[in-house]
Structure formats: C-alpha cells, structure tokens
Ligand binder design. Structure first.
Ligand SMILES: CC(=O)N[C@H]1[C@@H](OP(=O)(O)OP(=O)(O)OC[C@H]2O[C@@H](n3ccc(=O)[nH]c3=O)[C@H](O)[C@@H]2O)O[C@H](CO)[C@@H](O)[C@@H]1O[C@H](C)C(=O)N[C@@H](C)C(=O)N[C@H](CCC(=O)O)C(=O)O
Ligand SMILES: Nc1ncnc2c1ncn2[C@@H]1O[C@H](COP(=O)(O)OP(=O)(O)OP(=O)(O)O)[C@@H](O)[C@H]1O
Ligand SMILES: N[C@H](CCC[C@H](N)C(=O)O)C(=O)O
Ligand SMILES: [Mg+2]
Length: 490
C-alpha cells in the first residue's frame, strides 16, 4: 500500500528493533513479497514452508527498497546490503503491531466478525453481508461489499493485505466486515493485529492435514480465534464436537443448534420444526426466551446451520431476533454453494463440497430433495491433503446411486495418481465411472439423468478455471452443466 504520509522506520519498529538515527528512513509501503518491493518499501522477510524470504534480500535492495526486517529462524546471517536490515527473533509475533502502526489500527473502528470452521465459512460470511447494511466480506469469493467484490487469491490474504483491505473498506464507509479466517491464516499470523469483536465456528472435520499434519494441530490453529484478545462474543455450533468444546469458553457465548429445544442448554439459539422443500428452508427460531420464524429460499439442511451462525453473529452485534431474521429471510444462494443450475426435470446442483464432511453433508441433504437416483460427480484437488481422497470415495459410494470420478484442479500432481488415491477408497471400484475430463464427466452425468434424479457436481463451486500443471484453463461447472442441459432440452 502506498501511503500519502510515510511512517518513520523507528516508529514502525519501536520496541522491536533498534533504529539508530543513521538508519532512519521513511516507509511508504510494506510487503512480505520481494516482487512488490520498491523505493520506500519495508520488506518483511519470513521463513515460509518452502523457503526464507531473505533469499530475496539482494533483489529488494536492487529494486530500491528502504529497509528489511527478517525472521531469525534457522538463519544466522544475511549478506552485506546497502540498505538497513534487522534480524528479529519471533518476527511473526510482531506482525500485528507493525501492521497497526503502519495502517492505523483501522479494525478497531469496524465491527469485525471472524468466521472459521472446515465448511461453511464463505456461506456464513455471505449470509451476514447479504443481511447487514454497510457490510463487506473478506474470503474465498473475494473482498468488498457484495456488489463490488474484488477477486482474491486466498481465503484469508497475508497480514499486510488484510490490514490494507480493511483501510480500503473503511474508506468506503463499510461498518461491518464478515471475514473468513482459515486455519492456515491463524497458524501463519495472517490476521495478527485484527481487532475481532465476534468469532464464529461453523464446524471442524478433516481437511488440510497436508499442512497441519494432525487433526489436533488443525483444531489448535482454529481455537486461536476463540481466545482472541478483546473478543466481545463467540458464536459456536453445538451440533459439532469441537463447537461444544468452544462453547465452554468464558464470556459472551451464543451457542446454536438444530433440533428440539430440550436438546440444548437454556438460552441457546435453536431452530426447531425445520422443514426442507425444493423452495427452501423454514423453521421456528428460539433465542433467550423469544421466538420468530425463519423462511429462507436456500437449499440444504446444512444451510440452516449456516443461517443460525449468521444470525448468532448479528445478535452478538446487537441486532434483535425479529429484525435480524426479517433480513436473513431474504438471503439468496451463495455462488457455487448448493446452486441449482437451471430449471429442468433433473435437479442439477453445483456445490463446493471438497472435504469428506462437506460431501457427505451435501449428498445427505440432496437425498431429501431427490425422488429417484442421486448421481455424484466429484474429484479431489492436487497439492492438497491426499488423505481425504479415499474418504471422499467411500462417502460418494455410500450416499449416491451413481458415482463419476473426475479431475478437480490437479495442479502439479499427476491426475492418474490422484485418481488412484481416490479409487482406493471404493469398496466396489468397478461400479464407479472414471472420466478425467471434467466436461465429459458432467455431460455423462446429465445425459443419463432422468426425471426425478438429482445430479451433484461437487468440488469446484464458483471456480472459473481448472488448474493443471501447465497452467489454468477456463472451466466453469455451472456454465458447462447449463450448456448440456440446454442441448438436452432442445
Ligand atoms: C502453505 C501456505 O499457506 N503458504 C502460504 C505462505 O507461504 P509460505 O509462508 O510457505 O512462503 P514460501 O513460499 O515458503 O516463501 C517464504 C517467504 O518468501 C516470500 N517470497 C517468496 C517468493 C518470492 O519470489 N519472493 C518472496 O518474497 C513469500 O512471500 C514468503 O513470505 O504465505 C504466502 C504469502 O502470503 C502464501 O501465498 C502461501 O499460500 C500458498 C500459495 C497456498 O496455496 N496456500 C493455501 C494452502 C492457503 O493458504 N489456503 C488457505 C485455506 C483455504 C480454505 O480452506 O479456505 C487460504 O486462506 O486461502
Ligand atoms: N455447515 C456446513 N456443514 C457441512 N458442510 C457444509 C456446511 N456449509 C457448507 N458446507 C459444504 O461445504 C461447501 C463449501 O462451503 P463454503 O464455501 O461456505 O465453506 P468454506 O469453509 O468457506 O470453504 P473453504 O475452506 O474452501 O473456504 C459447500 O458447498 C457445502 O458442500
Ligand atoms: N480452499 C480450498 C479449496 C479447494 C477447492 C478444490 N476445488 C480443490 O482445488 O481442491 C483449498 O485450497 O484447499
Ligand atoms: Mg471459503
């Protein structure tokens, strides 16, 4: 970010590193990425999972950067440079402070809702943003108010981009930010220094073990959000084991669930008499002795849980049950989440289920909307947790009548080997159809579907590209399915 008024290096690093008058300079931008460094930049070199940012010290110096701070982690010395450089032990611990000094602690003047959980973060954040005035999201589908979303490369951007985005949102008169906080982000300090008011947990199940290695480490990363300094409230899912654990935290807990009122502690946010039709979801909502009606036109049992999470966050920020529900009742399907493709005799749904839990939840939810056969097209991403591949196969086999396995962003991995991992999970591998080409797989599913059947196209949701080792090629599940359905109808 380029600032009109620079910050002195000594101010940015006060108490973190000694900046002598000889080393003093004006900082006008700050980055973790050497490629963005230029005159006036403070380059913050961290040790990552692949390499150390300090490898790029010479580059940033040549690019005219003003100073470097580097994380002293396994590296004992850097090369001679013509710009000031400071080695700092535990540099990651200071990222929040540095961000707030540079960007001006803007999150303190916003209603900040942090949403974490394995599945449902995007859905909950978008439900909140649809229902609240002057709101914005930061997450998988982009950054900004919903009518002005700027695409993002990550669910949670790096720490300086997060703070920079908050400054931009504040300048656009945004008052509430519903922000997805991934486990990677919590582990890497990408939300350091953000003053969250409300922390929301949707659920916790298996994902990202390529990165976190164990479920315990994954859960520990998620838990950080519920111990955040300054939180006013936490909103947690009592239908989830980890949610029940988080509900034991002290202070301002809004705990939600779907079922009978008597199943939950007094004062919980509970949806009873839930009904699911092809038009949507209805339920009676109880909270702290009050009752109101929910009537929303989104599909899938799990979305009732997501709506409760959104409602809980709105209540935590001071909304009344009646007024929050009046607005939540108008929410629309979130792009690529349980999204009906087109009106036809066949219910074709595009959904972003890319974890075992999501796939099972979505297949079970769709079974409630299906008269005859449930056909499932899915694949698994390359360069991502390989352990979930056989699990997803097992779930597809158990919950769908027909399974077609296809490619889903193989990235740098060999699609044949990803397929092999998936197929290993089937009890009866010969019953599954293998079709690497995603367009052909979707065509096969829709062509064989008959009236009363449902086709689930899982894994890529809103995505507009297929990521291959050779680069990305344009591909949209929704567009392709729509085209096939139109051809079949002609
Ligand atoms: C595993 C992971 O999360 N990696 C992220 C992390 O990289 P890293 O710290 O391991 O960095 P590295 O590649 O070892 O490089 C070390 C340092 O050198 C710097 N560098 C690197 C190259 C260069 O030319 N110049 C340079 O300065 C990097 O900025 C970094 O600070 O920090 C980088 C900069 O912020 C991220 O781009 C990168 O995301 C990678 C590409 C990624 O794929 N991340 C995914 C798994 C991810 O973050 N997903 C989550 C969750 C998704 C969800 O479930 O919703 C997300 O929030 O999106
Ligand atoms: N509450 C839920 N419980 C179980 N599965 C869910 C829930 N909400 C959504 N899903 C499933 O997860 C998929 C992804 O939903 P969503 O994009 O909201 O999650 P996310 O947590 O943001 O995912 P990502 O980690 O990719 O950012 C949905 O398409 C659906 O299949
Ligand atoms: N945010 C998730 C998205 C996965 C989407 C799926 N299509 C895949 O590529 O695995 C991740 O980065 O793990
Ligand atoms: Mg998301």
């Amino acid at each position: 970010m380029n600032k009109l008024f620079p910050t002195k290096l000594s101010v940015l690093l006060e108490g973190i590193a000694q900046v002598t008058p000889a080393l003093e300079c004006d900082i006008t931008s700050i980055t973790l990425d050497s490629r963005e460094a230029k005159a006036g930049t403070l380059f913050v070199a961290l040790k990552g999972t692949q390499q150390h940012g300090l490898n790029y010290a010479n580059d940033v110096a040549k690019q005219g950067a003003s100073a470097i701070v580097w994380e002293k982690d396994g590296i004992t010395e850097s090369s001679e440079l013509n710009i000031p450089q400071f080695e700092i032990t535990n540099l990651r611990d200071f990222l929040g402070e540095i961000s707030n000094r540079f960007f001006g602690s803007v999150s303190e003047s916003l209603n900040m809702i942090g949403i974490t959980g394995t599945d449902g973060k995007t859905s909950v954040s978008h439900f909140i943003a649809q229902a609240m005035n002057d709101s914005a999201v930061i997450g998988t589908l982009g950054i900004g108010s919903l009518d002005d979303l700027q695409t993002a490369t990550h669910t949670t951007p790096d720490v300086f981009s997060v703070h920079e985005s908050l400054v931009a949102l504040k300048a656009k008169n945004i008052k509430t930010v519903a922000m997805e906080v991934s486990s990677h982000a919590l582990d890497q300090g990408r939300v350091a220094g953000v003053a969250f008011d409300v922390a929301v947990l949707t659920n916790l199940s298996r994902d990202h073990l390529d990165y976190h290695k164990t479920l315990e480490a994954y859960a520990e990363a998620k838990e950080k959000l519920f111990d955040w300094a300054g939180l006013k409230a936490i909103v947690v899912n009592l239908d989830d084991k980890f949610g029940r654990k988080m509900a034991l935290k002290s202070g301002g807990v809004i705990a939600y669930g779907v079922g009978q009122l008597t199943d939950y502690p007094e004062g919980s946010l509970v949806a009873v008499n839930a009904k699911f039709t092809h038009k949507g979801i209805s339920a009676d909502i109880h909270f702290a002795g009050k009752q109101a009606k929910l009537n929303a036109s989104v599909l899938g049992r799990f979305n009732l849980s997501n709506l409760l999470a959104a409602l809980g966050a709105m209540l935590a920020l001071g909304d009344s049950l009646e007024s929050a529900l009046a607005r939540l009742n108008h929410v629309e399907t979130v792009a690529g989440r349980m999204e009906k493709v087109a009106d036809s005799d066949v219910l074709a749904v595009v959904d972003y289920a890319h974890t075992p839990n999501a796939l099972e939840t979505v297949l079970k939810a769709l079974r409630e909307h299906t008269e005859n056969n449930l056909i499932c097209v899915f694949g698994c991403g390359g360069d991502r947790d390989a352990g979930k591949r056989p699990m997803m196969a097992q779930i597809a086999e158990a919950n769908a009548d027909v399974v077609i396995v296809t490619d889903d962003n193989p990235r740098t991995e060999n699609p044949e080997l990803i397929m092999k991992d998936i197929v290993a999970g089937f009890i009866n591998p010969s019953a599954a159809v293998i079709e690497h080409d995603r367009a052909s797989a979707i065509s096969k599913a829709l062509t064989q579907a008959k009236r009363g059947d449902t086709v689930l196209i899982a894994g890529k949701g809103h995505e507009k590209v297929q990521i291959l080792a050779t680069g990305s090629i344009p591909f949209s599940d929704r567009e392709h399915a729509n085209k096939v359905l139109l051809e079949l109808a002609a």
